[in-house]
Design a protein around this ligand. Structure first.
Ligand code: URA
Ligand code: SF4
Length: 219
């Protein structure tokens, strides 16, 4: 379909806010998010990958963007990164079905390499455009603790200056949640070539998942 250039510019200025439903239930949010065009990422992705888990969850886990598998299945963290997250949750003594899992950005962003779709990091603008969904999820769930996986999620709550390398494993807060813990993204852990360094990061990830779980239970 041909677009006028003015229309294109307008499209870039929009955000998910225009697509939020009047009725605020997880179900209503999820179905409204299916039609979100708040940033250009909806165009090349298969579907919106919304958060999942009980509305009563005390812990909310936030990743970056869905990956290839997530995009195809329509569920967060069902690919290789999800398996590592599942292992960390199991080691901490909680089942995935007991926590709410979502992403800062809800459409898969990728670049093609032959027929392979390679993950691309969303821009600050895309994260900002998608944030109304994340905030709406947060308002409904009101978790006792949030675990951010990677810088994109952490920056959505704690600002662009946040650095995982400096502040991972710290319990920080903002106006909407008093216990926000950030850790390495499972995909980042898996990408580390050096096995000693990879083991160190994996240990930190497992530690932080457990910490977030404990914090979510204690209050
Ligand atoms: N990485 C993420 O950040 N989220 C997913 O859902 C899968 C991989
Ligand atoms: Fe909407 Fe977020 Fe998808 Fe962009 S990434 S179209 S803001 S749901």
């Amino acid at each position: 379909m041909l677009r006028k250039s003015g229309a294109n510019k307008r499209a870039l200025k929009t955000s998910a806010a225009e697509f939020l439903p009047a009725r605020r239930t997880l179900k209503a949010l999820r179905s409204a998010a299916e039609h979100c065009q708040g940033c250009p990422l909806f165009r090349d992705a298969t579907q919106t990958v919304f958060g999942e888990g009980p509305a009563t969850s005390r812990l909310m886990i936030v990743g970056e963007t869905p990956g290839d598998r997530e995009d195809l299945e329509g569920r967060p963290f069902v690919g290789p990164a999800g398996r590592l997250l599942d292992d960390a949750l199991e080691a901490a003594g909680v089942e995935r079905s007991q926590v709410y899992i979502t992403n800062a950005v809800k459409h898969f962003k990728y670049t093609l390499s032959g027929s392979r779709r390679l993950h691309k990091k969303p821009t600050a603008r895309e994260e900002g455009a998608c944030r109304p969904w994340l905030h709406a999820e947060l308002e409904l769930i009101r978790p006792e603790a949030i675990l951010c996986l990677g810088a994109t999620a952490a920056q959505a709550f704690l600002g662009r200056a946040f650095r995982i390398t400096q502040h991972r494993g710290e319990v920080l807060g903002n106006d909407s949640c008093e216990q926000i813990i950030s850790t390495f993204h499972p995909s980042a852990v898996m990408r580390i070539p050096d096995s000693t360094e990879r083991a160190r990061m994996r240990k930190a990830l497992f530690h932080d998942v457990k910490l977030a779980l404990e914090k979510s239970r204690r209050r």
